[in-house]
Design a binder for this molecule. Structure first.
Ligand code: NAP
Length: 280
């Protein structure tokens, strides 16, 4: 078994994104990401600050739009304002959202040309139709890790555990686009372990610490752990029981240090792409 090092992939992406941002700045365009933060959640604030710091180092601009205790209409108005602002190239809306507000509904108010985290249902529709679009960055990070590791996908059996709009579904669509044979599992799936054991590529996106144990993994499988579950001591663990699975898997992403750092870099790469597209 060996780790798939998300931090190393993120480092390679940093270099590429930095160079692309520099080219754009040379042409008088500063690629700019707007992050709408409709929460006072401290973890979210920390994550957004870390995106802004990385953006700054790479020559992008990051505008943080913090909204205090907003209602649905206030968030929608902010997304519309940013969508109409020619200085803004990419827009994301952070979670958690206020009670009763759905990201899939808000996403419809992000201009598709600025929807660099695939939150607009139009983007998911385009992904399903095989048209050019940005997939949600976490799902795209799964594929980025597999590609950079050289994992063969055409004809491979891929199992995705989780069917959310932000991770499971788009990850399954991206794998299908690579001609993998894809099975999507969820909370009603019967005999989940035996379905997962058939996988050449297993993607866990559930949100349950250590749920994927040794009995879920076939020998030599590639395991991508999307889960980020907080521990009581302030740490983070994945959905995969790393200690139990690592000896069986052919390759595995650790948590932290797997999908997370790549996701952040893809948000910035997509912002640069959006700026390029807006200025050609
Ligand atoms: P979500 O919306 O809660 O979806 C969880 C999915 O897991 C659902 O489809 C659910 O099935 C399924 N599920 C729940 N319990 C199950 C069980 N016992 N057996 C099989 N399937 C089960 O979560 P999400 O937003 O997709 O996030 C998933 C995980 O990824 C979380 O840990 C989240 O923190 C993490 N995440 C990480 C990143 C990153 O950048 N690394 C980004 C986003 C999310 P049903 O549909 O049947 O309910």
């Amino acid at each position: 078994m060996s780790d798939i090092d998300g931090r190393a992939v993120a480092k390679a992406l940093r270099q590429e994104v930095g160079e692309a941002a520099e080219r754009l700045r040379g042409a008088g365009v500063v690629p700019t990401l707007a992050v709408v933060v409709p929460t006072d959640d401290e973890g979210t604030a920390w994550y957004v600050r870390s995106i802004a710091k990385t953006a700054d180092k790479l020559g992008l601009r990051c505008r943080i739009e913090h909204l205090t205790d907003p209602g649905r209409d206030e968030i929608v108005a902010k997304l519309q304002e940013l969508s109409a602002d020619p200085q803004i190239h990419g827009i994301i809306c952070q979670t958690p959202l206020p009670e009763g507000v759905q990201l899939s509904e808000l996403g419809g108010h992000i201009h598709p040309g600025k929807d660099i985290d695939g939150a607009n249902p139009q983007s998911l529709g385009r992904l399903a139709a095989g048209l050019r679009t940005w997939a949600p960055a976490t799902a795209a990070a799964v594929l980025e890790l597999l590609h950079r590791r050289g994992v063969p996908l055409s004809g491979a059996r891929a199992v995705v555990v989780g069917r959310s709009t932000v991770v499971g579904k788009p990850a399954a669509l991206l794998l299908l686009a690579e001609s993998a044979t894809v099975t999507v599992c969820h909370s009603r799936t019967k005999d989940l372990a035996s379905v997962c054991r058939e996988a050449d590529v297993l993607v866990a996106a559930v949100g349950r610490a250590g749920m994927i144990g040794a009995e879920f993994v076939g020998p030599g499988a590639t395991v991508i752990d999307v889960g980020t579950n907080p521990t009581p001591d302030g740490g983070l663990v994945g959905d995969v029981d790393y200690e139990a699975v690592a000896p069986i898997a052919g390759a595995i992403t650790p948590v932290p240090g797997g999908v997370g750092p790549v996701t952040t870099m893809l948000l910035l790469r997509n912002t640069v792409e959006a700026a390029e597209l807006a200025n050609t």
